[in-house]
Unconditional design. Structure first.
Length: 145
């Protein structure tokens, strides 16, 4: 029988958070061999899909440390028209325009590298600062099925 971990992405906190979404719901699955795939609403309010590998070490069934390495979509740079009153004054070079650039990758796929720890069903992951300048702490819940 295949032992699967199913999870729900809940939310993220960005440091600094300006212009980024903290509500990042989604779903994921992980096999007993550590292969993982999932989908979520990313920090740019776009759909993201990912596939990768998780290495987990746990001295106890209710606690583990893990590292995820995956390829994720949805972070490619885009120029989007927005109502002029929605462009934040501190958004730098885009202040005087009704266009805003979002995303940070020049390629369709981005490398996702995230250490995490789990206590009970809650997993907390950390992602380092990106080229956009935000570090992320992410919360998800998961269970074995």
């Amino acid at each position: 029988m295949l032992d699967l971990i199913l999870g729900l992405h809940l939310l993220s906190q960005h440091y600094p958070a300006e212009g980024l979404e903290n509500r990042t719901p989604g779903v994921y699955v992980r096999t007993e061999e550590g292969w993982t795939a999932g989908a979520y609403r990313n920090s740019w309010a776009r759909p993201s899909f990912y596939f990768g590998k998780v290495w987990a070490w746990g001295p106890h069934p209710s606690f583990d440390l893990a590292f995820t390495l995956a390829l994720a979509s949805g972070y490619q740079k885009r120029r989007e028209a927005v109502p002029c009153d929605r462009v934040p004054a501190s958004f730098g070079r885009f202040t005087h325009s009704c266009w805003i650039e979002t995303g940070y990758s020049s390629t369709p796929l981005t490398i996702l590298a995230a250490p995490s720890f789990r206590v009970g069903p809650m997993r907390i992951a950390g992602l380092p600062r990106t080229a956009r300048g935000a570090a992320v702490v992410h919360l998800s819940v998961e269970g074995r099925f």
